[in-house]
Design a protein around this ligand. Structure first.
Ligand code: GUN
Ligand code: FE
Length: 454
């Protein structure tokens, strides 16, 4: 049966990295989850634009629709440990705080309960797409993917690969076993949408992603094997941590002296860098490495909360330079290295980090604008995940992944109050800088309502 939805009211989205389109009274028609018409003004809207069978939603004054947030870097099993271990350097934080928590996900019952809450929280925050690292466990990884599918969150889910430099209780038995389990998870996740092979899986809501934790935790045999899986399959995404912090960079150089300190050369040599690679952090980057990841069309998952709180002291990625060079950039909560599950918090920290970068670069790398940061959280993230033809902004032919933001007074949200005479731009700015999940009235993925506080 055909389902038709219509939204009428204020709509805000990015059309370019620097342009926000603010429409006071637009109309979106959604047919079976896909945008079939987008009229930007009442004058452009034909009298019979809305089919009689449509379910019509009128947004009251002060409310507006934005694209769903896209979280390009998220560790699902770390959701219950957010905020812990602040100030620890990365390898100490992993062994003291992270590995003991991730080890609990060997228990499928525990994983099922915790992942249900995790996915529910991210959806409630308006995150309609997330790229997840699961733990190393096959059972938990399958459960996470099933929960995303059932709760309606668009997601990439990857079993974490780690066959060395981790304690016995969490390290994988061998590269061979890790590779076998990875392929088992890929098959299982593709099976969820009824898509048995890679060719017809592009329409799937939940997709697999190859997930070597980082070079330090993988033997060369494992990296080689994962690279072969990626090379064999042109639809498979891959994600890893990349030049996150000095302690990690030094340890990587020691383990892989043949690459002379270049993580770009390291990951490329194993076949792990291509247009579907999602590289988290990228804080300390040589010009050579920036050139390589640009040439290889990799995307950057910028995670400023984690970068400035755990892992490395105070790390500030050169986002302005990435954008100048045309490197794809999105934002990541990095939950739980990052303490927040809210993309709004990540947006705000991105602005703070970019101010720091302007100072550190003596004015060369100008701070990011609100327009640019919102782009990174939506359309920029969609590009990193190669989903820009489907989501990230509103356009006929794309799918409707959206957040209905309400700024009606009486919500008890922390948002700066909307006042009579406020322009749409001003209300939007108040929401982005001070709003919270109490402003998230409804969340839609593919036109299906999946969360919201109304
Ligand atoms: N490097 C390797 N594993 C991790 C992780 O779980 N979080 C962060 N932030 N960095 C990592
Ligand atoms: Fe991370």
């Amino acid at each position: 049966m055909t389902s038709i939805l219509a939204f009428q009211g204020a709509i805000i989205h990015s059309t370019t990295p620097t342009t926000l389109e603010l429409l006071e009274n637009a109309t979106l028609i959604i047919t079976n989850g896909r945008i079939t018409a987008f009229y930007k003004t009442p004058a452009q809207t034909p009298p019979n634009a809305i089919p009689p069978s449509a379910q019509i939603h009128h947004l009251p004054p002060g409310d507006f629709l934005i694209p769903g947030f896209i979280d390009t870097h998220n560790h699902a099993p770390q959701w219950p440990m957010r905020g812990l271990g602040q100030g620890l350097h990365i390898l100490d934080w992993l062994s003291e705080v992270t590995f003991p928590v991730e080890a609990r996900f060997a228990d499928s019952e525990y994983a099922a309960g915790m992942y249900e809450q995790t996915v529910g929280d991210f959806l409630r925050q308006g995150i309609t797409t997330a790229s997840y690292y699961s733990s190393r466990h096959v059972g938990g990884t399958k459960i996470l993917a099933e929960i995303c599918q059932r709760m309606g969150q668009r997601a990439f889910v990857g079993k974490c690969n780690m066959d060395r430099n981790a304690p016995d209780y969490i390290r994988e038995e061998s590269a061979v076993e890790s590779l076998r389990e990875t392929e088992e998870c890929i098959r299982h996740i593709r099976g969820l949408s009824g898509c048995g092979n890679s060719d017809d899986s592009s329409n799937a809501l939940v997709k697999p992603v190859v997930t070597p934790r980082f070079a330090i935790s993988c033997t060369t045999e494992l990296l080689q094997g994962l690279g072969e899986i990626v090379k064999r399959d042109e639809t498979l995404a891959v994600q890893t941590h990349f030049n996150e912090a000095q302690q990690e960079i030094d340890a990587t150089r020691e383990l892989f002296p043949q690459f002379g300190g270049s993580e770009a050369d390291l990951y490329e040599s194993y076949g792990l860098l291509n247009g579907r690679s999602i590289l988290a952090h990228c804080t300390i980057m040589t010009d050579y490495e920036k050139e390589r990841i640009h040439a290889l069309e990799c995307g950057v998952a910028h995670c400023p909360i984690a970068n400035m709180t755990v892992g490395g002291g105070f790390m500030v990625a050169p986002v302005r330079d990435f954008l100048r060079r045309g490197i794809k950039v999105g934002l990541g909560t990095d939950s739980g290295g990052g303490w927040a599950s809210q993309m709004l918090a990540v947006i705000r920290q991105t602005m703070i980090a970019s101010n720091a970068r302007e100072v550190l670069s003596e004015g060369k790398d100008k701070a990011l604008t609100l327009e640019e940061v919102f782009y990174l959280a939506t359309l920029g993230g969609a590009k990193v995940l190669c989903l820009e033809d489907r989501v990230g902004s509103f356009e006929a032919g794309k799918e409707l992944d959206a957040v209905w933001v309400s700024t009606t007074t009486g919500l008890q949200s922390a948002m700066t109050p909307r006042e009579d005479g406020d322009s749409l731009r001003r209300v939007f700015e108040k929401y982005v800088m001070t709003g919270d999940d109490r402003n998230v009235a409804h969340v839609y993925v593919r036109g299906r309502r999946v969360a919201g506080c109304k």
